[in-house]
Design a protein around this ligand. Structure first.
Ligand SMILES: Cc1ncc(COP(=O)(O)O)c(C=O)c1O
Length: 487
């Protein structure tokens, strides 16, 4: 920081500096130039498939580069900084970006994000987020309807799937455990949740934040398709009860992160109902099929859920972060937090328009405007088109892998996540071979592929997030992997 500060010119007087910072004209000029630069970046990555997706550099190289920067403020360094950032970051807009589940942002949503940034509303309270709270309600109400939650349901938008899952589990505990833990802290009771061993780690983390400890996260093994084995639920619940655990919630993954497989939500919902448990569905990634006619069946049973999470910043082209958390019984969403904030709102009153009553954030970013802009411009059809396209592409890619005897699929993909490995080696060398293949492909930088462990074995993993990715890109990926394996 001191290096950065010393780079600033002390000769500008404070008032001139303030005028310069807030100059509308400078914003206009820099903004136009910036948009040109970003549009050129988009054009370049879309047309030059052989350009780098992953500019490989070590953490030390990256740190040294940014530490060494000493630009003169008079030169308005935004363009240069942006170009440096592009040169030294993963190019998610590149069609061969097939790595993590980060949204490949619709440029329009990024423009809407700029609006949110300039307006900088405190979206948690109505007075500071008049439009934001209303827009948020419009989006959540429509999604509740899609699930089949209405009447009486509601929802909120919050900063990411991890936070939304924690919020949902806090609500579950507030509703299902009559002792007032919020007020009195934990009694000696040992609380627990049931979840798949393949659930996203944030569910485990949420449970531990809530003081459940490792014993309070009952992880159910999965079947060969990496779905929670629902046939084990009764016996695991009974065993937990014998150990004195009080189970209050069951979580379904739709889909699970590593494999992209959807849990059986019908069976989970029925189990939860039978035992009076809260049923939460983590649809952070795969909940987006709510918009699809072709793949909506994967969420069959979601209507049985008490709460549901879906990230717009994964499948739905929205810049991070933008997560919806929906509640079947809207009253429950007010049970999560009982915080007095006299300067902000009246206590103990249900007010949809003061959304911070139901979310963690106090200063809350206006996440809804990006989503709303996409919906107003392209309609739900845009979401449907992208989800269908990417899920179909995953099935085509799985077909290519099946036809190539040098590769093996971990399981048939249900979503746009495909796990596979190169299998031309002895069994005990496969993990190392695939690990080194991924290292080689990252060193080369022309594709961005990730990896995962499934059943303790090493798999290459792609999330087909980019609607510009084609079958040809994936065919060439297999060729590239074969080539690298032969080196
Ligand atoms: C199924 C699932 N749940 C939760 C999360 C966490 O969401 P976020 O990254 O928005 O916190 C992820 C992220 O990959 C996920 O795949």
């Amino acid at each position: 920081m001191s290096q950065l500060l010393s780079a600033q010119s002390p000769s500008v007087d404070p008032e001139t500096l303030v005028q310069k910072i807030y100059s509308a004209d400078s914003f206009r000029q820099q903004g136009h130039a910036l948009i040109d630069l970003l549009a050129n970046h988009l054009e370049a990555v879309h047309s030059q498939k052989d350009s780098l997706v992953f500019p490989h550099q070590s953490p030390e190289e990256s740190l040294a580069f940014w530490q060494a920067k000493k630009l003169k403020p008079e030169e308005e360094p935004l363009l240069e900084l942006t170009q440096d950032l592009i040169d030294r970051s993963v190019r998610t807009q590149h069609p061969r970006y097939i790595g993590h589940q980060t949204a490949v942002v619709a440029p329009l949503a990024a423009l809407a994000g700029l609006v949110s940034d300039i307006m900088n509303q405190g979206a948690g309270v109505y007075e500071m987020g008049m439009a934001a709270n209303a827009i948020e309600k419009v989006i959540c109400d429509e999604l509740c309807q899609k699930i089949g939650f209405v009447p009486g349901s509601n929802g909120l938008i919050t900063s990411g799937g991890s936070l939304a899952n924690l919020t949902a589990l806090l609500t579950a505990r507030a509703v299902k455990i009559p002792e007032n833990i919020w007020e009195n802290g934990h009694s000696n009771q040992k609380l627990a949740i049931i979840v798949s061993e393949e659930a996203h780690y944030c569910v485990d983390r949420a449970a531990r934040i809530m003081g459940l400890g490792s014993a309070g996260v009952i992880k159910i093994p999965t079947d060969p398709c990496f779905k929670l084995r629902t046939g084990l639920l009764e016996e695991r619940l009974a065993a937990a009860q014998v150990q004195g655990l009080r189970v209050f919630a069951v979580v379904g993954s739709a889909c699970s992160t590593s494999s992209g497989s959807y849990d059986d939500l019908v069976a989970l919902g029925d189990f939860a109902k039978k035992h009076g448990l809260w049923f939460h569905v983590d649809g952070a990634h795969g909940g987006a099929v709510l918009y699809s006619k072709q793949y909506r069946y994967l969420l069959h049973g979601v209507e049985k859920a008490d709460s549901f999470v879906m990230d717009f910043h994964k499948m739905l082209m929205t810049p991070a972060l933008a997560t919806v958390l929906l509640f079947k019984n809207g009253h429950n969403s007010y049970s999560t937090f009982h915080q007095k904030a006299q300067y902000l709102w009246q206590n103990n009153v249900e007010e949809w328009f003061n959304s911070a009553k139901r979310t963690f954030e106090c200063t809350k970013y206006m996440m809804c405007f990006k989503i709303y802009t996409l919906l107003q411009t392209y309609g739900e059809r845009a979401f449907q088109t992208v989800v269908d396209r990417q899920y179909n592409l995953a099935r085509s890619f799985a077909g290519m892998i099946r036809q190539n005897p040098k590769f093996e699929l971990a399981c048939e993909p249900e979503s746009n996540i495909v796990c596979f490995r190169y299998e031309q080696a002895e069994e005990d060398k496969l993990d190392q071979l695939n690990r080194s293949l991924r290292e080689k492909i990252l060193q080369e930088g022309h594709y961005y592929v990730v990896q995962t462990l499934l059943g303790g074995r090493h798999w290459l993993r792609v999330s087909l997030m980019n609607p510009m990715t084609t079958e040809a890109d994936l065919q060439e990926l297999l060729q590239k992997l074969e080539y690298l394996a032969a080196l």
